[in-house]
Design a protein around this ligand. Structure first.
Ligand SMILES: Cc1cc2nc3c(=O)[nH]c(=O)nc-3n(C[C@H](O)[C@H](O)[C@H](O)COP(=O)(O)OP(=O)(O)OC[C@H]3O[C@@H](n4cnc5c(N)ncnc54)[C@H](O)[C@@H]3O)c2cc1C
Length: 385
């Protein structure tokens, strides 16, 4: 009997799981690995603000990466999941069966809290959405309001302002941009936004997105030719509709080994999962998403060998923020994400950030070319306990 492992989503977490599964089961004919993704392309989600600003990214293709690994690739949009029948439904009406599922479909922009955000705002949910925004921004001048002062909002505002100097960019949100950084990094970020001419307004509550403006609590409206919604990520409805236990943000609740608490034959990783650590819930990053994929793969293979899957432990080690192409901030952190004293700014931060951003694909490549290993992958931060 072949044990069918199906991985949904070829993002950072799903690909990490896939390449480790492939590397470690290469010589086994009792395990099959199938990767399902919307397209044959690896989308570098952490560069979507660059796409939105009109930049071209490298063309990274899954078949080229996975050639010779034995992984079966299936392209299609996952529209449903039947955990009782252990099947996944694709948009072309195909049903794929599984014995173990790795759910790595990432997240979607959380537009649920504010009326009009879904209809009138752009979001960086995927490459296509980012390209739509790039198309919109290709015209002359105008005003862009970025809603959300989190790190994605900051990166997007900076990139758009730098690539479109004739455009007025406003960044709106509750908290100061870079609020979780140390004083030096935060100060550098503030100066960079000022240098790029970005208007920053904090302490505001956005209550509605209109076709040509953003409405704030208190009755004020901020005019906007284009609105980018960048205020949080939630899990796609798919998991909840299928009856998997999810948290308030629609993410699959996992046990310590990253299995769904309601359906242990489903592992949830990356942005799609609500993963508890000693310091709180993991927040969606590539930094933590890739180790979750690696861990799920190792746990699946350990379970097949009759062992108890180990506990997932992760500690953060940095926060990296691009501020256009020529500037960046890197804040080194404690395992819980709180800032250490050390930070990088300017060109050294740009080099560091670029090295980190490019690392996943080259690591996947090395993994797929080292038969039988799977041990070169770091388990997370050096503080991982
Ligand atoms: C602009 C921006 C900048 C960021 N910068 C950073 C950063 O500097 N550092 C950092 O660590 N993190 C950063 N992040 C966050 C990081 O990108 C995410 O945490 C990470 O991508 C999560 O990985 P994932 O594998 O869970 O999901 P994803 O990378 O989103 O992958 C999900 C995959 O599933 C596919 N998929 C989704 N739904 C379906 C479906 N129904 N059917 C078929 N396929 C589907 C998608 O096409 C995609 O390939 C950034 C995010 C954004 C948007």
């Amino acid at each position: 009997m072949t044990h069918r492992i199906v991985v949904l989503g070829a993002g950072y977490a799903g690909l990490a799981a896939t390449v480790v599964l492939a590397a470690r089961s290469r010589r086994r004919d009792d395990v099959s690995v199938t990767l399902v993704n919307a397209t044959d392309r690896f989308t570098e989600r952490l560069r979507l603000h660059q796409v939105a600003a009109g930049e071209q990214l490298a063309d990274l293709r899954l078949p080229e990466l996975l050639v010779g690994t034995g992984v079966t690739l299936e392209y299609g949009w996952v529209t449903g999941l039947d955990p009782a029948a252990r099947t996944v439904r694709l948009d072309d009406e195909r049903d794929l069966g599984y014995d173990t599922l790795v759910y790595a479909l990432g997240g979607v922009a959380d537009t649920t809290g504010v009326p009009g955000a879904d209809e009138h705002a752009y979001a960086l949910g995927g490459r296509h959405e980012a390209e739509l925004l790039a198309h919109r921004l290709a015209g002359p001048g105008g005003s862009v309001v970025v809603c959300g002062t989190g790190l994605t909002g900051v990166e997007a505002a900076a990139e758009i302002a730098e690539q479109h100097p004739g455009t007025t960019v406003t960044l709106l949100g509750r908290t100061e941009p870079g609020a979780a950084l140390g004083a030096r990094a935060r100060g550098h970020l503030r100066d960079a936004l000022r240098r790029l001419g970005i208007r920053v307004r904090t302490g505001v509550e956005i209550v509605k997105v209109l076709p040509d403006a953003v409405a704030l609590a208190g009755g004020e409206t901020v005019p906007a030719d284009t609105v980018l919604w960048s205020s949080g990520v939630r899990g796609a409805p798919l998991a909840a509709v299928a009856g998997l236990a999810v948290d308030g943000a629609g993410r699959i609740v996992t046990d310590a080994a990253l299995r769904s608490v309601s359906h242990p034959d489903v592992y949830a990783v990356g942005d799609a999962a609500a993963i508890q650590q000693g310091y709180g819930l993991l927040h969606g990053t590539c930094q933590s998403g890739m180790p979750t994929g690696v861990h799920a793969a190792r746990s699946i293979l350990a379970t097949l060998a009759g062992a108890t899957p180990p506990r997932f432990r992760f500690g953060y080690y940095h926060t990296t923020i691009s501020l256009g192409r020529g500037d960046a901030v890197v804040q080194f952190t404690r395992p819980d994400g709180s800032p250490r004293r050390l930070s990088l700014t300017g060109r050294s931060a740009v080099r560091y950030k670029e090295t980190v951003s490019a690392a996943p694909w080259s690591t996947y490549r090395r993994m797929t070319r080292l038969p039988g290993t799977g041990s070169i992958w770091p388990r997370g931060g050096r503080y991982t306990r």
